[in-house]
Design a protein around this ligand. Structure first.
Ligand SMILES: [Zn+2]
Length: 126
């Protein structure tokens, strides 16, 4: 058995490899599939933050000075909290794909997700 264990991958290795492949597959589905999705936080028509979601390694939060907290996660962005009345923005949930957006109308704040390709002309045209 020892001899065999030396020549072949041990079950623990196989599990590790499988886990890595699964993780890579999941990451590909979430981010790699549409490489470099970029989120923009727009407040009163001004782009405050531009975040490449695929570059996010650790979740963090951005506190805007209008009572809104935006949460950023690897591959996702969303309104974490807001002091607006209806909190529709928070209820919109996570944005993960290009084309998705969430808005907080009372605070004139918008989060939108664009693909990398679309982000470039966007920046040019303003
Ligand atoms: Zn809101």
């Amino acid at each position: 058995m020892k001899d065999r264990a030396g020549r072949f991958l041990r079950p623990a290795d196989l599990i590790a490899v499988a886990a890595i492949l699964l993780l890579a597959g999941a990451l590909w589905l979430i981010t790699g599939n549409r490489q470099g999705e970029t989120a923009q936080i727009v407040c009163d028509k001004e782009v405050l933050y531009t975040i490449r979601l695929s570059d996010v390694k650790e979740p963090y939060e951005i506190r805007l000075n209008n009572g809104i907290t935006v949460a950023v996660e690897p591959g996702a962005i969303f309104f974490a909290s807001s002091d607006c009345a209806n909190r529709l923005c928070v209820r919109t949930g996570k944005l993960t794909r290009a084309g998705q957006s969430a808005a907080c109308l009372p605070h004139k704040t918008l989060i939108r997700v664009t693909g990398r390709d679309k982000a470039a002309p966007d920046a040019l045209t303003g």
